[in-house]
Each structure stands twice: as C-alpha cells, then as structure tokens.
Ligand binder design. Structure first.
Ligand SMILES: [Zn+2]
Length: 75
C-alpha cells in the first residue's frame, strides 16, 4: 500500500513538472492566436486586427474609404 502511494506521488510530481514547464509553450500559442486574428487590408495591404477590420464579401479593409475604393475599382 505504501508503494502505491509512493509511485502515485512520483507520477503526480512528473505531471506537475510537465505542467510547470508548459506556460512557455502557451505563451507562443496565444501569440499565434493574435497573429491569426490579424488581417490585411485588400486595398492598401496594411495589417490590422480582425475586429477592427471592415469585412466585405470575405475581404477585409482597414477603413470604409478603402472598401469603397476597392469596390469601385473592381466593378
Ligand atoms: Zn487600407
């Protein structure tokens, strides 16, 4: 019985060590999430956050002016 508790403790320690080392990886993952949320203006090519971009027919623009210019130039 004592051995089971001992090995259980070792397993817990290893589990804790793995989790303790993980935060570094998590930081790079959250950075990737930020990178994924960045879009390029279809008119001028500027990078901006997706939530600030204007979405028009699955195309992103940095401002309404560029969206209008792009629609005018494509039609
Ligand atoms: Zn633009």
């Amino acid at each position: 019985m004592g051995k089971i508790i001992f090995y259980g403790f070792i397993a817990l320690l290893i589990y804790w060590l793995i989790n303790y080392r993980r935060p570094k990886q998590k930081n790079s993952e959250s950075f990737m999430d930020i990178a994924e949320d960045t879009v390029v203006c279809n008119h001028c090519g500027v990078y901006l956050p997706k939530k600030e971009a204007i979405n028009c027919q699955n195309q992103f623009f940095c401002c309404q002016e560029h969206r209008d210019d792009h629609i005018k130039s494509s039609s």
